[in-house]
Design a protein around this ligand. Structure first.
Ligand SMILES: [Zn+2]
Length: 252
């Protein structure tokens, strides 16, 4: 668990930690209660052990754990007939009831500091960390009005936390959402695709920052059908990017 910016906890860092404890008391977001001697702010050791890490043995397209039926080309059944605009996607953990408690805490309860725990956990997976090393992380954007209402974008918070811990990674907010696509939660896979089609772009003023030789990794909290990530990849490639992959905290 290496933080790029400071190897040891300096005095100012200890003070800011104490302030954080005061403002956002430590608790395990999975099991509740104090996390005890856990190295994480919002995850007990028991909670950490509950998360199901996906690792390298996953679908080469969407990163799903290799539990379902695999096609002759190696993709999972969901990807067999799909061609994504991103090269591949990787997720750190399975999106089960436990991982969803962490994701929802960042997304709806504004427990932003929990994203730091996500990033720390990401560095504990050698393959996931290697996958992101040296990449330019591009968060999936919210529609401006939605972000203003919520006050933050959880994907950006996750990307920024990752960039603190993953070597030679950085965040570039290159994408905007051109319309409010609402929540995708209740939509079928086909409806999701239609709903987000061409919903993202790289604004004119940012196009000069897209470098053909840079490897971009679009970051979101959860991979569901891949439709949103697919459209983000489409927009980045249209603006001149060549190498575009995706990464999410959870897959489900
Ligand atoms: Zn797949």
């Amino acid at each position: 668990m290496n933080e790029k910016t400071s190897a040891s906890r300096s005095f100012p860092r200890r003070v800011s930690d104490a302030l954080l404890d005061l403002l956002f008391p430590r608790e395990c977001l999975i099991y509740g209660g104090a996390p005890g001697d856990s190295p994480y702010r919002f995850l007990s050791k028991r909670g950490r052990s509950t998360l199901k890490f996906i690792g390298d043995d996953c679908c080469p397209a969407c990163g799903a754990p290799r539990a379902g039926i695999i096609s002759e080309h190696g993709e999972c059944v969901c990807c067999r007939d799909r061609k994504f605009r991103f090269g591949r996607s990787r997720s750190l953990v399975v999106f089960d009831v436990y991982a969803s408690r962490l994701v929802h805490a960042v997304k709806y309860r504004a427990v932003h500091a929990a994203a730091e725990d996500f990033a720390k956990i990401a560095t504990e997976s050698e393959s996931f960390s290697a996958y992101l090393t040296g990449a330019t992380l591009v968060p999936v954007p919210l529609f401006t009005l939605r972000e203003n209402k919520r006050g933050y974008n959880q994907s950006r918070i996750f990307a920024e936390a990752l960039a603190k811990y993953i070597p030679r990674s950085r965040v570039e907010n290159l994408l905007v959402r051109t319309r409010d696509t609402g929540t995708q939660t209740l939509l079928s896979a086909a409806s999701r695709r239609i709903n987000v089609r061409n919903a993202f772009c790289v604004p004119e003023k940012l196009k000069a920052r897209v470098e053909p030789k840079t490897r971009y990794v679009i970051v979101d909290d959860v991979f569901t059908t891949g439709s949103t990530l697919n459209e983000c990849a489409r927009a980045l490639k249209k603006a001149g990017a060549n190498a575009v992959d995706a990464a999410t905290f959870a897959h489900g």
